[in-house]
Each structure stands twice: as structure tokens, then as C-alpha cells.
Design a protein around this ligand. Structure first.
Ligand code: PBG
Length: 386
């Protein structure tokens, strides 16, 4: 049977119908907010290449964490920026260093209401900006770095991290951190492994965000963009080493990798929508070239559709706010009228050929998030909006 009996458009006619048949949804619990905390700041400092994102002071970090908890986000990922750096990144291992004391402070503030994750890597703490220590030949020394990661993992877990997230792409990092955590009595702390992390130009704005000291690149340890099969090898190794969750990073330009990884992984798969992905959306939106909210939502849906269990995104808090608004809006409409208005009729196609640039943007279209918002998931502890 085919046309005219078959008409796929039947299932697209109204927002309610599209919501019914949506194969992918977004929920606040699917979102993880990466945050930066900078030692010595009294006020949050804007990051020019990431409009809307700040380096937090130790104080403002706590408010951001509280907001993340209250929005029902899945988690928060902490990055620390120390006042002083050295060759071995010792500020990252100092229990009183900026990252470790912030883990403790955030955990004290939010309690068990939010999963607090910490970046387990040395690049923010080294004066050369690499993710590990440098050997005599000038290369990043894998095995010497592992010893520091092991110690760093213990310090972060002791500070109260609910999850540690090694992002340095050293061989064997998951095994070494797992063993160290277990020996120190932190058997219950999971490892979110940055398993397939590519050397990427999309990290550009992050370098400003953490005031990176790196010159050169990370191509000797992060993955090479042309490689797809190798991502499965990285994931399989991390799973064999005991990873509790695995990550693909960046997200949007690597959806094929994400899809492959999701198909072989028997643990949750995270995807990191990185700083450059954020910056590109913000820049285009600021120019009026795209509809900001539609594109943000669509990009996250795409990442989930490709197979991500959850997504790290700098838009996490804002999107969670939209999702909650959507739920509250539908609840209110249903309560007051008994039935929500069906849908705005689609305008006849009278758009002039010489439309203003902004006319190309469907600002009056039904926002995607209104359709893709699910009712509260009963398993997520996500309360109805009051
Ligand atoms: C390394 C790290 C990086 C990012 C997260 N962790 C930078 C890098 O690998 O060069 C990038 C995140 C982003 O771009 O948003 N600790």
C-alpha cells in the first residue's frame, strides 16, 4: 500500500499528535551543566567567546549549583581555574585547591539533590596547558600522568564528587583511577570516561573560558577526526577498565560516533556539546540568522536521537527552564479551559520573495520544545512546577 492510502502527514497535523509520536524527548534530567569556577574572583566574569556563560566566583558557583538542582538538571560538571599553575598541575591535586574546595562547597550546598561531577584532568592546572606532565623529549608522559590522575581522583572523591570524569585521554586512565578509588575506599564513586574525545577546533572558546596556557595542540593524545572504528576501540577499552559511563565529545560534528558508541555500550552514554558548538549557535542567533530557541532545542534533540543518554551543554539551565515552562503551560491550559487550543493555523504561503533575513526564521512557529517536552518522568523525581 502506498499513496493515497499512506499519508505520513497524518501524524504531523497538530502539536498534540506530534508529541504523541515523538521518538525522542528532552527532559531536565537529561542535561548536565558544565561550569567554571575561577580562584580569586569576587564577581562572575563573562567569557567573551561564550556569551551568556561566565567564570564563576566561589560564591556565584553555589547559586548556579542551587539553580541547577532546583531546575531538576541531571548534573553539574565542575572545572576549576587556579590562580597559579606549575609544570605538574599541583593545584589540581591540592585538597584545598580551587576545584577540590569547590566540589566540597557545592556538595555541601546542594546535598543529594544534584549529581556533582568533576573534571579529572591537569590542563587547567599546568603552566604549559597540557593534560599531563611533559617528559624530557617534550611529549606528554602517559604513565607518569596516570599516577597524578590516580591521586587527583582520590582527592576529588574525598572532597565529595559524586562522579569523576577523566578527560585527558591518557591510555589506561580509567583502570588506574578505578583501582586508586577502590583502594582508598571510594568504591561507590562512578567514573564517567571521556572515551571518544577528539582533538577538535570546537574547543576554541573553552580555552578562553579556562584561560588555557596551551600552545600547540593535543593531537598526540586526543583522537583524530578521520577515525570512526577507533572510537569503538577506545570505548571498549574504557568499558573493560571499568568505566561506569562513557562520553563522546564533541557532539554535533560526531553524531555518527555517538550512534556507533550507543549501539555497543551497555552503560549510559553522554555527549558533550562543547564550547564551539555553543558559540556558533549564539553568534548566528545574535545576528538574527537563526531562531535561537528552535536551534538550541533541535541540536539537543539531534544529540539525544543519535543515542546520547544525557548531554553536557552550556544551555542546560535555560533549556530546563523552557521545558518546565512547557509543562506548566500545558497544565495551566488544560486546567483553565479543559482543552488547549488545537494549534495555530499554518499561514498560507504568501511570504514575499524578498523577505527580510529575520522572516526566514520561523519565530511564530510552534517551538520544538513545546512538542518534545514530556510529562514529568516518574522515575526522575522531577516535581510538577508549582
Ligand atoms: C580538558 C577539556 C577540554 C574541554 C573539556 N575538558 C579542552 C580540551 O580538551 O582541549 C573542552 C570543553 C568545551 O570546549 O566546551 N580538560
Amino acid at each position: 500500500m502506498s499513496f493515497p492510502e499512506q499519508r505520513p502527514r497524518r501524524l504531523r497535523r497538530s502539536p498534540a499528535m506530534r508529541r504523541l509520536v515523538a521518538e525522542t524527548r528532552l527532559h531536565p534530567a537529561d542535561l548536565i551543566l558544565p561550569v567554571f569556577v575561577r580562584e580569586g574572583l569576587t564577581d562572575p566574569a563573562p567569557i567573551s567567546s561564550m556569551p551568556g556563560v561566565v567564570q564563576h566566583s566561589e560564591d556565584s558557583l553555589l547559586s548556579a549549583a542551587e539553580e541547577a538542582r532546583d531546575l531538576g538538571l541531571g548534573g553539574i560538571m565542575l572545572f576549576g581555574i587556579p590562580a597559579t599553575r606549575d609544570a605538574t598541575g599541583s593545584a589540581g591535586l591540592d585538597p584545598e585547591g580551587i576545584l577540590n574546595r569547590s566540589i566540597r562547597a557545592v556538595k555541601d550546598r546542594v546535598g543529594d539533590g544534584l549529581v556533582v561531577m568533576s573534571d579529572l584532568c591537569l590542563d587547567e592546572f599546568t603552566d604549559h596547558g597540557h593534560c599531563g606532565v611533559i617528559d624530557e623529549a617534550g611529549e606528554v608522559d602517559n604513565d607518569a600522568t596516570l599516577e597524578l590522575y590516580a591521586e587527583m581522583g582520590i582527592v576529588q572523591a574525598a572532597a565529595g564528587a559524586d562522579v569523576v570524569a577523566p578527560s585527558g585521554m591518557m591510555d589506561g586512565q580509567v583502570a588506574v583511577i578505578r583501582q586508586a578509588l577502590d583502594e582508598a575506599g571510594h568504591q561507590h564513586v562512578p567514573i564517567l570516561a571521556y572515551a571518544a574525545k577528539y582533538a577538535s577546533g570546537f574547543y576554541g572558546p573553552f580555552r578562553e573560558a579556562v584561560d588555557s596556557q596551551l600552545s600547540g595542540d593535543r593531537k598526540q593524545y586526543q583522537m583524530d577526526a578521520p577515525n570512526r572504528t577507533e572510537a569503538l576501540r577506545e570505548v571498549e577499552l574504557d568499558l573493560a577498565e571499568g568505566a561506569d559511563m562513557v562520553m563522546v565529545k564533541p557532539a554535533s560534528a560526531y553524531l555518527d560516533i555517538l550512534s556507533d558508541v550507543a549501539s555497543i555500550s551497555d552503560v549510559p552514554v553522554s555527549a558533550y556539546q562543547v564550547s564551539g558548538e555553543y558559540a556558533m549557535i549564539e553568534a548566528a542567533a545574535a545576528n538574527g540568522w537563526i531562531n535561537r530557541r528552535t536551534v538550541i532545542t533541535e541540536s539537543l534533540i539531534a544529540i539525544r536521537r543519535a543515542g546520547a543518554t544525557n548531554v553536557l551543554t552550556y544551555h542546560a539551565a535555560e533549556v530546563a527552564g523552557w521545558l518546565r515552562e512547557g509543562m506548566a503551560g500545558r497544565a495551566a491550559a488544560t486546567a483553565s479551559s479543559g482543552s488547549a487550543p488545537a494549534h495555530a493555523p499554518i499561514k498560507p504561503h504568501t511570504t514575499p520573495a524578498t523577505a527580510e533575513p529575520t522572516d526566514a526564521v520561523p519565530t511564530d512557529a510552534q517551538p520544538i520544545d513545546a512538542e518534545s517536552t514530556d510529562e514529568p518522568r516518574t522515575d526522575a523525581g522531577f516535581p510538577p512546577v508549582s
